[in-house]
Design a protein around this ligand. Structure first.
Ligand code: HEC
Ligand code: HEC
Length: 213
């Protein structure tokens, strides 16, 4: 299936699943009907590359909350070229504050498992040098630094990190001055103009915070 076909498939699947979730809402959990996240983000929130939905399990609460608010406020996922972002944006827009709180509590209970490595063709040594400028905000081991507002990158889906870096460079993300932290990150991504540099830096991030060499 092509990505477009996949998208169509999942959109249709979601239309079917949403009413089903609502139907069991009273039985499982009174707020169950807004907890449809795994439909796209995969079992236990481990991500689903075929529809561009990244791993959420293990994501810092403060970062998750900020992204949900950015989507809700239309500061992320509204650029006409940002197709994956446009899929997510309406999912956040429908949530009330209470529902969002409930989702944040829920996601926190998902077990963290580092995402599998999918990227190849990167020059890890060049990536290590490029990463020097990233560590201030994302940590030496890509563990994230809340103080600097930089989320964890280690163990995240590598294909997703690549897309986001491209999105920052292209201005799909972080171009709105009201998106304070996104703009900060966009400025950091702008020097990564060639795709190989992005692949190299993410290949280096793939070596961080993992048991395997
Ligand atoms: C229709 C499919 C779909 C559903 C349902 C969905 N998402 Fe998403 N989500 C996506 C896609 C696709 C992306 C990637 C957007 C991008 O590339 O910028 C995404 C991105 C995200 C991100 C950004 C992650 C990051 O690292 O910045 C968060 C957070 C998120 N989703 C949370 C949720 C939560 C919580 C729910 C349930 C309320 C949910 N999503 C439901 C498709 C979906
Ligand atoms: C000045 C601090 C700063 C520096 C330096 C920095 N970043 Fe970031 N980065 C951020 C912030 C803040 C965010 C979160 C933006 C948001 O909340 O939307 C972010 C987000 C990201 C994301 C998106 C993660 C996700 O889950 O969606 C990626 C990928 C990323 N940074 C990679 C890098 C790389 C690679 C470098 C080095 C070339 C770098 N950053 C340097 C502050 C920084």
């Amino acid at each position: 299936m092509s990505k477009t076909t996949h998208r169509l498939f999942w959109s249709l699947a979601l239309c079917t699943v949403l009413p089903l979730n609502s139907a069991v809402a009273d039985v499982d959990h009174e707020n169950y009907d807004h907890r449809f996240c795994m439909t796209c983000h995969g079992t236990d929130g481990r991500g689903n590359e075929s529809i561009d939905a990244p791993r959420l399990a293990g994501m810092e609460r403060w970062y998750l909350e900020r992204q949900m608010n950015l989507f809700r406020d239309g500061l992320r996922g509204t650029h006409p070229e940002d197709l994956a972002g446009q899929e997510m944006q309406p999912m956040a827009e429908v949530l009330s504050d209470e529902e969002l709180e409930d989702i944040l509590d829920w996601v926190e209970t998902w077990e963290y498992v580092p995402a599998p490595i999918t990227l190849s063709g990167g020059n890890v040594e060049r990536g290590r040098q490029l990463y020097r400028s990233c560590a201030t905000c994302h940590g030496q081991d890509g563990e994230g630094r809340e103080m600097m507002n930089g989320p964890q990158l280690a163990g995240m889906d590598d294909w997703y990190l690549v897309t986001q870096l491209k999105n920052f460079v292209a201005g799909y993300r972080g171009a709105d001055s009201r998106d304070v932290y996104g703009s900060q990150m966009r400025a950091m991504a702008l020097p990564l103009t060639d795709e190989q540099a992005i692949i190299d830096v993410v290949s280096y991030i793939n070596t961080l915070g993992r048991q395997d060499p």
